[in-house]
Write a protein that binds this ligand. Structure first.
Ligand code: SF4
Length: 390
């Protein structure tokens, strides 16, 4: 029999929650009590620091053949509003990013019918030659799209992308990892096993990734739990996810515009339950982009320890009329006014200074335990660290 008191006992002594426990919490009305449990778990991993990253979201193309019903960003091939940025445009955006202290680019785009492995190799290696920076790029569905275009197996595509300069993979396209849901909102996109399979293969090859969840559309509470269960199982095997990032579906300008948007209560409750249930993931991001800076600040007391990215450019969510972009001062203000200390980070949660230089290396013990190669950073970070050490 699941009740709040028994769940609270489990959290207090560090016992892992069951799926029934998570479901109970997702339906529980006492938000403050759930927040206290999430804060207990957060404090096992973190002190009073809350991190954020300065990066730039570069959407290299908006041309896409996958036509997801929740997406306001894509244009079909041949559409007059379609674009495909040449390398020089991407390099100029990176120059601007570095000038502002940015430490990585989040490189994502549509499923362009001409993007096979050679296009990606040229893009990644062109970036590394022209303006070296951490490339956090391509969701699992873009990677599988590349496999299909090039008619190559996933392991080979990942190896070649990594050799060309891909440094880590964002968890985009996770949505809800239940095929019933995916068939309703994005029937042409990767199904659950494929998405998770890309992540597990990436971890096996030494690439770190994040995991995401977009909720508040057609899924049930049971399906939110199922999503978290699938992520927790992969993390048990690989420890490769650096963070879990959940956000709420943004309906305007999409084919699903009639769906009422999730408010702060459901957002905070679901985010808090993810922190409690996913006991094997260290970092959880608050979503100021979808919930606004005030709710994101509040989320720091509901288990979140990271404010995500100071986004210099964001196209996908802003296409759905979400303009909650915040600058560095606003993010730091939100963190400090919530009672925490703001620290900049990179993708590995190393602390960095205002120029992006690593000043405090983060050690992820769970990842290092499973990976003989251990705590490897992209070459430009390792070089900088070696120079700093003399
Ligand atoms: S979410 Fe991605 S894959 Fe789906 S339509 Fe939009 S750009 Fe294409």
């Amino acid at each position: 029999m699941t009740d709040f008191a028994s769940i609270a006992d489990k959290v207090a002594d560090g016992t892992r929650l069951s799926e029934d426990d998570a479901l109970f919490l997702l339906r529980h009305k006492d938000l403050v009590a759930i927040g206290q449990l999430a804060d207990t778990v957060r404090r096992r991993h973190h002190d009073d620091e809350v991190t954020y990253i300065v990066d730039r979201n570069i959407n290299y193309t908006n041309v896409c053949v996958t036509l997801c019903r929740f997406c306001a960003f894509y244009r079909r091939p041949g559409d007059a509003e379609g674009y495909d940025h040449p390398l020089e445009v991407v390099l100029e955006k990176i120059r601007e990013t570095k000038a502002l202290g940015g430490v990585q680019i989040l490189l994502q785009g549509g499923h362009h019918p001409e993007y096979g492995i050679e296009r990606y190799e040229a893009l990644f290696s062109g970036i590394k030659r022209g303006e070296p920076i951490h490339i956090h790029g391509l969701s699992p569905s873009e990677i599988l799209h590349c496999c299909h275009v090039s008619k190559l197996p996933l392991p080979e595509v990942l190896q070649r992308m990594r050799a060309a300069g891909l440094d880590s993979i964002p968890g985009g396209g996770g949505e809800i990892l239940v095929d019933r849901v995916r068939k309703l909102i994005s029937p042409l996109k990767t199904m659950s096993d494929e998405w998770l399979g890309v992540m597990e293969e990436a971890h096996r090859q030494g690439l770190r990734t994040t995991a995401t969840m977009m909720f508040g559309h057609v899924e049930t509470m049971e399906e939110r739990v199922e999503h978290m269960r699938r992520v927790r199982e992969v993390q048990d095997r690989t420890a490769g996810f650096t963070a879990f990032i959940s956000w709420t579906f943004q309906a305007p300008n999409t084919e699903m515009a009639e769906i009422p948007m999730v408010g702060g209560f459901d957002y905070l409750r679901t985010a808090a339950v993810s922190r409690i249930y996913l006991d094997n993931i260290e970092n959880f991001q608050a979503s100021f982009v979808t919930q606004g800076i005030d709710v994101a600040g509040l989320a720091l007391h509901y288990g979140m320890n990271d404010m995500g990215s100071v986004m210099i450019e964001e196209n996908v969510v802003s296409s759905a009329n979400c303009e909650c972009l915040a600058n560095i001062e606003q993010l730091e203000q939100a963190i400090t006014s919530a009672g925490f200390t703001a620290r900049r980070r990179n993708m590995f949660y190393d602390r960095v200074d205002g120029t992006g230089r690593v000043v405090d290396r983060h050690h992820d013990d769970a990842w290092n335990d499973k990976n003989p190669e251990g705590d490897v950073r992209p070459a430009h970070i390792e070089d900088a660290l070696a120079q700093a050490a003399g």
